[in-house]
Design a protein around this ligand. Structure first.
Ligand SMILES: CC(C)(COP(=O)(O)OP(=O)(O)OC[C@H]1O[C@@H](n2cnc3c(N)ncnc32)[C@H](O)[C@@H]1OP(=O)(O)O)[C@@H](O)C(=O)NCCC(=O)NCCS
Length: 185
């Protein structure tokens, strides 16, 4: 059975469970070449049926994943999505991924607040010890967003992904529950 997906409220955005009405936006964002390149997607168009299946999986995820829709507080508009993946109950770690699909919202703090809300959920509700994330070297906005959200750059994989222009590095980020101010237990 799927895990419950609570509403996580911030000042600019709130995170909530996905609903089927999110399909059109998610499908558009998965077919946006720039968003796909920046977030490490496959880069080729996907069908509405494939997007629909993806959204259904997000609405009924396996135990090692949590998927959230990101909404703007001011008008509840859907602006992006976020997931916690590879949730490991033994090591108590997970990986975080995010897309703010509405470009008009970029640079307004929506991404970093969504990341902070998701980290708080990971530490307080899931009792995880560590959250990891990655930023491609050709995506400085993503690097800044993770830093602003409090994650720390821990390392870098040289020439780890390929682009039309050549290979680029991938920065590895992490945040521990002790960095967050939670107990180390
Ligand atoms: C990466 C992404 C999630 C960031 O979301 P966002 O809402 O724009 O993030 P924030 O506004 O919280 O933070 C963005 C930071 O980048 C800075 N920034 C904005 N434009 C920038 C640019 N062109 N170059 C460098 N930094 C930039 C902002 O000033 C801000 O940093 P600051 O707070 O230190 O000033 C969003 O741009 C996105 O979805 N992009 C496409 C998909 C993607 O890249 N996903 C990978 C995420 S790991």
């Amino acid at each position: 059975m799927s895990q419950p997906c609570p509403v996580l409220r911030g000042t600019s955005v709130f995170l909530a469970a996905h609903v089927i009405e999110n399909l059109a936006s998610i499908h558009a964002w998965y077919n946006d070449n720039e968003i796909q390149r920046l977030s490490g997607g496959i880069g080729s168009p996907i069908s509405l049926e494939a997007s629909s299946k993806r959204l259904e999986r997000w609405m009924n995820p396996p135990d090692d994943q949590r998927h959230f829709a990101i909404h703007r507080c001011v008008d509840s508009r859907l602006v992006g999505f976020l997931h916690l993946a590879e949730i490991d109950p033994v090591d108590r770690v997970c990986k975080i991924g995010i897309v703010i699909g509405e470009r008009a919202c970029w640079g307004q703090g929506c991404g970093s607040e969504a990341i902070r809300l998701a980290c708080e959920y990971a530490f307080r509700e899931l009792a995880l010890f560590r959250v990891s994330a990655e930023a491609f070297a050709d995506n400085p906005r993503s690097y800044r967003m993770l830093t602003r959200a409090g994650l720390v750059q821990e390392g870098m994989q040289r020439a780890a992904v390929v682009r039309d222009e050549g290979r680029v590095d991938v920065y590895m980020f992490g945040l521990l529950r002790t960095d967050w101010g939670e107990s180390g237990a």
